[in-house]
Design a protein around this ligand. Structure first.
Ligand code: AMP
Length: 174
């Protein structure tokens, strides 16, 4: 996993001063690293009961479809406001830098669906907690929340309140 960490670019002070941005595009463009990361995810969820994968905009959209494809499942998008065309449910939340909102189509998740939520990075957990809330408000069950990176010093896992979290790469400091 250290080899994967080497592929992630740190961009200091992006998008605002004080944030050390973990740029995963450098890992995604490396064929061996990308394959290793995806394979490890697929392995993690191979024996779990999942009905559908939900990707969080935007970098979750890079990982979620590959996983869904390998798992033989469909995918639904959790999007920034105003992007989804049909009727949605919306939740607003705080970010590590600012506020944001996520939307999910009303018919994307059916009651009882076991949903795997995927994003690139867990920071304070606000985004993922909102995603979980949207899935649960639709009657879905959060069967897993998967991240490439977890900034564990920000304790985002706590915000996820015992929902099953998996992260491939953990950072205990900036
Ligand atoms: P949070 O809601 O605080 O857990 O923030 C997670 C979301 O913001 C994810 O969608 C990440 O892509 C993005 N994000 C937050 N902090 C960082 C960071 N230090 N580097 C890269 N992305 C980040």
């Amino acid at each position: 996993m250290e080899a994967l960490k080497q592929k992630i670019r740190n961009v200091p002070d992006f998008p605002i001063p004080g944030i050390n941005f973990k740029d995963v595009t450098t890992l995604f463009k490396d064929p061996a690293a990308f394959r290793m990361a995806v394979d490890r995810f697929v392995q993690e969820y191979a024996d779990k009961s999942i009905d559908i994968v939900a990707g969080i905009e935007a970098r979750g959209f890079i990982l979620a479809p590959v996983l869904a494809y390998h798992m033989g499942k469909g995918i639904v998008p959790l999007r920034k406001p105003g992007k989804l065309p049909a009727e949605t449910r919306r939740i607003e939340f705080k970010l590590e830098y600012g506020t944001d909102a996520l939307e999910l189509h009303l018919d994307a998740v059916q009651p009882g669906d076991r949903v795997l939520i995927v994003d690139d990075l867990l920071a304070t957990g606000g985004t993922a907690a909102a995603a979980c809330q949207l899935v649960e408000d639709a009657g879905g069950v959060v069967a897993g929340v998967g991240f490439l990176i977890e900034l564990s010093f920000l304790e985002g896992r706590r915000r996820l309140d015992g929902r099953p979290v998996f992260s491939l790469l953990e950072y205990d400091s900036d």
